[in-house]
Every structure is written in C-alpha cells, then in structure tokens.
Design a protein around this ligand. Structure first.
Ligand SMILES: Nc1ncnc2c1ncn2[C@@H]1O[C@H](COP(=O)(O)OP(=O)(O)OP(=O)(O)O)[C@@H](O)[C@H]1O
Ligand SMILES: [Mg+2]
Length: 346
C-alpha cells in the first residue's frame, strides 16, 4: 500500500495588509511516489502554498505533515533545511561560478568525497547530462540548465520535490520534451513531487493527481481524467478544458438552449443552469435553416478551430478533425458527442 508523503490540513496564509488570504483552508493528501500537478491562474496562491510546504513561509493556520512528521502547525515550525525537500524554480537559479558537477554537489553536505562523486554520476545519468559535467551554466541551453537544477535538487534524495513552473522559461519544443523527461526522471527516482503550472495540458500530462486552485482555494483535486471529464465547478471546467457554456432551461427530459435541445443525462436539482460543451465535443451538421453560423475557421495542423455565432450573438469555440472543412457563413446544426452532458448552476 502507498504511504502518505504529504498531508495538509486547513492550511491558510494571509499576508499583512492584504484583503484576502493568498491560501485559504487548503487540505490535501499526496501518496508516496505520486506527482501532484497544481494548476491555477496567476495569483491564485500556488507559489505561496509551495513555499509553506518548503518552509520558506509560515502558515497562520492548519497543519503540514511530511512523511508523517508535523513540520508546521500552531506550535511547530521546522526550518526549511530540515524538511528533506528538493526545490526547482522557474529561473534555474544555478551558481554561475560552479560547473555542472559543482552545482549538483552543492546540496551533498554530509557525504564522503567518494560518495559525492558516485551520487553526482548517478543523477547526471538520470537527467541525461553525461559528458557535460565540466561545463558552466553559461555554456548550457535553457533546457540543459533546468536539468542541472533538477539533478541538484534530486542529488540528496529528498522525500519530496517541489517544482514551481520549471518549464515556463523554455520554448515549446524543449518544454514538451522536458515535461515527459521530468515525469520519467521523478518516476525512476521514486520521488514524490508537486509540479506547479498554469498550463492545463502540462498539468494533465505530467501528473498522477491534479489540483485546481482559485483565489487561494483548492477547487478540485483528483486524477487528470476525473478533473477533465467531471469538473467540480464551472471555473474548473473553463480553466482545464476551455469549454463553452450556454444558458439552458429544463423541459421534461431535455435541456433547451438557443441552439437546440439536448437530452438530460443525469438528475439535476435545478430547472435552469449552463450546459457545458467542450470544444472537441461539437458535431457540426450543415443545414440551411440552422440557428448557428460559422464566423471564422483556423487551421491548427491536426484540426480546425471554428468560431460559431449563436442567434443571441454569443461566440462558441469548436474543434473538429481536419477533414471537416466548413466555409465561413455556413449555417450548422449542433449535436454534442458523448452522452454525458453536464450542467452547472448559473
Ligand atoms: N510576500 C507577499 N506579500 C504580500 N502579498 C503576497 C506576497 N506573496 C504573494 N502575495 C500575494 O498572494 C497571492 C498569491 O500569490 P502567489 O505568488 O502564491 O500566486 P501564484 O499562483 O504562484 O501566481 P503565478 O502563477 O503568477 O506565479 C497574490 O495575490 C500575491 O500578490
Ligand atoms: Mg507562482
């Protein structure tokens, strides 16, 4: 059975002279070996939460346990250097006067010279930087520098790694490759981690568990599949899937909207709400007297993205396979793929 590596109970932080808490009553559990992707818009409290776990910031309320030990509560605050945590930031933060091996060795304090050499070789192999041990940071690409930062954090074999937007300074190609590699590296080392990002695709791709934050709150936490297919709120749906929403009214077994009626698939307490239509769930059928008009079309390589206009002037965004080419101005009837239509309170 997996062990709990991190447990937060009602963790809260409000900075002086601010109106709202930066982190508000957050509770979560991370199992040994799992990667938690922490996702949310700018300013929602991701870095503050990470800093409290690392011990750089103290929470005002709640409890933080790492590996079963209380590291922070009302009466306890264990200093950062005793928490057995590795940290990787967005800006690499390498020591410019130390080469790769020197940077990696930095965190290895209580080891013999021989052990240090062995450990450097191990982590350099893990992050695939063999042959670059003697290079200085200015002689490395951004992606390579971030791998050094990862190796340095992993070298002392921390119980938990905290990564705060480690890929956001890299270009898209490097970013896509490195996010796969980081997952592989963490899994190979068996290290539990929290990976902060505001890129939803990155969070879904890298994580075993995704947490979505909004204004200090943790709105939902669950597997990537669960968060994507069953968002707990309209905010999560919008942020994670960039879905469309349309006002709807219940009539018998149907949700009626300005673009047509859709079958009710689950019991719903309210008679009205907003139905969610994911961009990839649109089925567009050309029809002369249909209510929706194609306004723009963008070719995205594997698919087309359409902007559709409803009778009330609302814009909907749809993505379809590239063999489905609809001219601008086409009127389309809308069906929704799948049989699990979700409705959120207005
Ligand atoms: N030292 C501080 N003093 C006062 N307010 C702070 C401090 N640090 C952060 N905040 C505020 O706390 C809130 C959360 O900030 P935080 O840096 O945790 O957000 P974030 O989710 O990491 O955002 P981003 O994605 O932009 O990095 C913000 O409103 C921010 O202005
Ligand atoms: Mg941040």
């Amino acid at each position: 059975m997996q062990q709990v590596i991190l447990h937060l109970q009602n963790v809260t932080k409000q900075f002086a002279e601010t109106t709202f808490p930066a982190v508000d009553n957050v509770s979560l559990t991370l199992q040994q070996g799992d990667i938690l992707g922490l996702l949310g818009p700018s300013g929602c409290g991701k870095t503050t939460l990470l800093r409290m776990i690392a011990g750089f910031e103290r929470s005002q309320a709640g409890e933080i346990k790492i590996g079963g030990q209380v590291v922070c509560d009302r009466s306890t605050c264990i200093p950062a250097e005793q928490r057995d945590i590795g940290v990787v930031f967005q800006d690499y933060a390498l020591f410019p006067h130390l080469n790769v091996a020197g940077n990696v060795a930095f965190g290895l304090k209580n080891f013999s010279k021989q052990q240090i050499q062995k450990r450097i070789a191990e982590v350099i192999t893990l992050v695939r930087l063999e042959g670059l041990e003697k290079r200085y940071p200015y002689e490395l690409s951004g992606g390579q520098q971030q791998r050094v930062a990862l190796a340095r954090a992993l070298a002392p074999q921390p119980q938990l790694m905290l990564l705060d937007e480690p890929l956001s300074n890299l270009d898209i190609q490097v970013r896509l490759r490195l996010r796969e590699e980081i997952r592989d590296i963490l899994k190979a080392a068996g290290t539990s981690a929290i990976f902060v990002t505001h890129d939803q695709e990155e969070a879904l791709a890298i994580s075993d568990i995704v947490g979505v934050m909004r204004q200090g709150y943790l709105e939902q936490i669950g597997t990537p599949e669960k968060v994507y297919t069953h968002p707990a709120s309209r905010f999560v749906a919008e942020f994670v899937t960039q879905a469309n929403f349309l006002p709807a009214r219940r009539q018998g077994n149907l949700w009626e909207t300005e673009i047509g009626s859709f079958e009710l698939t689950a019991n719903h307490a309210d008679d009205s709400g907003e139905i969610m239509i994911r961009q990839e769930d649109f089925i567009l059928k050309p029809s002369i007297d249909a209510p929706v008009i194609v306004r723009t079309r963008r070719f995205l390589g594997r698919e087309y993205q359409y902007c559709l206009q409803t009778p009330s002037g609302k814009e909907l965004h749809a993505r379809t396979l590239k063999d489905m080419v609809l001219p601008i101005g086409t009127r389309v009837q809308i069906c929704i793929a799948g049989n699990d239509i979700q409705v959120f309170p207005q």
